[in-house]
Write a protein that binds this ligand. Structure first.
Ligand SMILES: Nc1ncnc2c1ncn2[C@@H]1O[C@H](COP(=O)(O)OP(=O)(O)OP(=O)(O)O)[C@@H](O)[C@H]1O
Ligand SMILES: Nc1ccn([C@@H]2O[C@H](COP(=O)(O)O)[C@@H](O)[C@H]2O)c(=O)n1
Ligand SMILES: [Mg+2]
Length: 191
């Protein structure tokens, strides 16, 4: 059974940055749903490239069957990992129900790491990220934030009702955020 930590927060809240550091130090494997979708978009022969790009530009959510299969395939490549950081998933009700259908009995969901940061700061971080992403522009970011507010935040609230959310303020410098994140992992792994 794979241990899974979902990592959620607004676009630009620092999910990828913090997950890299956890992967480096705590033996969890970082799987970013967005990165997996971008890789699938670029894969020669993929039948989903155009569909994925259209969702990415519009800040909308790709059907779960595609994303969940990419995640499960990636997990199966790292069978000895301590656990997986599933970054940017589940993002909406379709993601959540599809994941439950495909993954129940195969994973243990430890908790949800919620990186909380004001949206104006997040948008500025994305606009200055400098990675050439097709969705790091003002139009796409407006739509991504709308999707986050209307579809993703309710998923965080859903997990909150199950007492699974560990919230960390990610408006602060990376090192400070990471220090608190490590405490969350230490507490979870002592139980
Ligand atoms: N705590 C922080 N303080 C300042 N800048 C940060 C912080 N965390 C991340 N950044 C920077 O903000 C940008 C976005 O960070 P990152 O890619 O980790 O966010 P993300 O949550 O994964 O975003 P997305 O949802 O768009 O993939 C990057 O340029 C990163 O270096
Ligand atoms: N569960 C997901 C995750 C992401 N997407 C699409 O990818 C875009 C970029 O995601 P990042 O986490 O890298 O910011 C996102 O806006 C979605 O279009 C998705 O569909 N499902
Ligand atoms: Mg990211």
């Amino acid at each position: 059974m794979f241990n899974v930590v979902f990592v959620l927060g607004p676009p630009g809240s620092g999910k990828g940055t913090i997950c890299s550091k956890i992967q480096e130090n705590l033996g969890y494997v970082h799987l970013s749903a967005g990165d997996l979708l971008r890789a699938e978009r670029e894969r020669a022969g993929s039948q989903f490239g155009a569909l994925i790009e259209s969702h990415i530009k519009n800040g909308s959510i790709v059907p779960v069957e595609i994303t969940c299969s990419l995640l499960e395939n990636a997990m199966n490549l790292h069978k000895t990992a301590n656990g997986f950081l599933v970054d940017g998933f589940p993002r909406n009700a379709d993601n959540l129900s599809g994941w439950s259908k495909q993954m129940s009995g195969k994973v243990h969901e430890q908790f949800v790491l919620f990186l909380s940061c004001p949206v104006d700061i997040c948008i500025n971080r994305c606009l200055n990220r400098g990675e050439g992403r097709t969705d790091d522009n003002v139009d796409s970011l407006k739509k991504r934030v709308e999707t986050y507010n209307n579809q993703t935040f309710p998923i965080i609230e859903h997990f909150g009702k199950l007492n699974m959310v560990r919230k960390v303020d990610s408006e602060r410098p990376v090192e400070e955020v990471y220090e608190d994140v490590v405490k969350v992992f230490e507490a979870a792994n002592q139980m």
